[in-house]
Design a protein around this ligand. Sequence first.
Ligand code: NAD
Length: 493
Amino acid sequence: MEKYKLLINGQWLEPQSGEWFETENPFTGQPWAMIPRCGKAEVDAAVAAAKAAFHQKSPWRTMTASARGAIVRKLGDLIAANADHLASIETRDNGKLYAEMRGQLGYIPQWYYYFGGLADKIEGRVIPIDKPGIFNYTREEPLGVIAAITPWNSPLMLATWKLAPALAAGNTIVWKPSEFSSASALEMGRLFEEAGFPPGVVNIVTGFGSDIGEPLVTHPDVAKVAFTGGDKTGEAVYGMAARGIKKVTLELGGKSANIVFDDASMDDAVKGVISGIFAATGQTCIAGSRALIHKSIHDKFVEKLLAMASQARMGDPSQMTTQVGPITTRPQYRKVLEYIEIAKQEGAVCRLGGTPAARPECGTGWFVEPTIFTGVKPTMRIANEEVFGPVLSIIPFEDEDEAVEIANNTIYGLAAGVWTQSIQRALSMPARLEAGTVWVNTYRAVSYMSPFGGFKRSGIGRESGLHAINEYLQTKSVWIDIVGNAPNPFVMR
Ligand code: NAD
């Protein structure tokens, strides 16, 4: 079995405890690699390395912004060159479809190109200050050591959303990937030196949140925590970060509504609802896990949806023809099946799936049949809690106001979809929905150029787009007396 090492200060190290843990292939349920189980000692060493690399006289800080940007862009080139390898590792470790990973890894470099290009466009301003004899300007400066904590779904893309802007802005990183998807992070770690990052600029510590989450988040030399994960973990991270008055970005869960009006193109909307919940086996923060369907088209829509969803090809995620892969982790597999039982007990009507997949092509993997419930009431747990699996709740609505009311009546606010041919609705609905992203007549589109993040309990801050660079900068105001007349020292100038 492959036995990985961790990355601190450009060195590949064994964990001081001498402990590794197994990582499993969700398609076979079998372990395939050993991941270092880090503890506080590795966190301290990684933060110290990142702090030294951030120091005023380090090569990272003394480099020009253009040179820094070129290194960030080079990382993009190297990821592109290693896309096949990284995609296969992720498919084996995480069960994500190879087809999806190949697509993501073809696109991930764009974040490094975009933010690498932005590195030397970070500019301060000269303020036309109202005080005579003063020259006042601002500097945009990096924060310092960033703790990047990432989840197991789309591990490299979600890490990239943090690493690309943070590094372009001149920060240094301690990256803690999920214990369920560390292999791809460590494989990507091999590219940092080749790209030209000085040692210590990016460090990777692996292990369990319960072992190293707190020492990392509360470390006094960590300036900011950039976290993606569940809202309960996010709440704990936010609380710990608050003790050190640290900056945070939180990208958390969702219970997004995909709303289909009676004037929608029904075939497109069916595809949109399918892509919202069954792509990535429903294991996406933006899953459109609530389909709100106008009453007048409900039955016909459900019929078409069932016909298409029942044709989804499940099986080996490494095959390009597979459409629905396994659930990534054993605990998540159990959680999805538990939610299906809860929905049945609550009185929702299971119209498709609702069981583990017993298809021969699913082998011994952790597969759950694509599942569709109708008769879901907005008050049911299945309509309110994030399942993070291929389970769709269908809720009928009467009119636009009711659709908005149901869509917004959740603690989350990550994304929403609207399906309509009406220009008026296409414009008015996005303004009424409480969500960080609204898609109209499309779903699950993201770009390095467009800000992404949550309203309400779905998060704080934005990733991607011009907004994201500001999440990793702080503004300094500089005052210079240019006349030399020291004024009365006892009054404010
Ligand atoms: P999780 O919250 O269980 O874990 C996320 C990360 O936090 C992991 O690296 C984990 O080891 C670490 N962690 C756990 N306990 C910690 C602690 N006490 N202190 C610090 N770190 C700790 O989430 P997950 O199951 O890996 O991912 C799925 C969740 O992520 C879903 O809720 C999903 O909606 C959310 N998510 C959000 C986005 C977004 O951009 N909004 C994107 C993807 C996933």
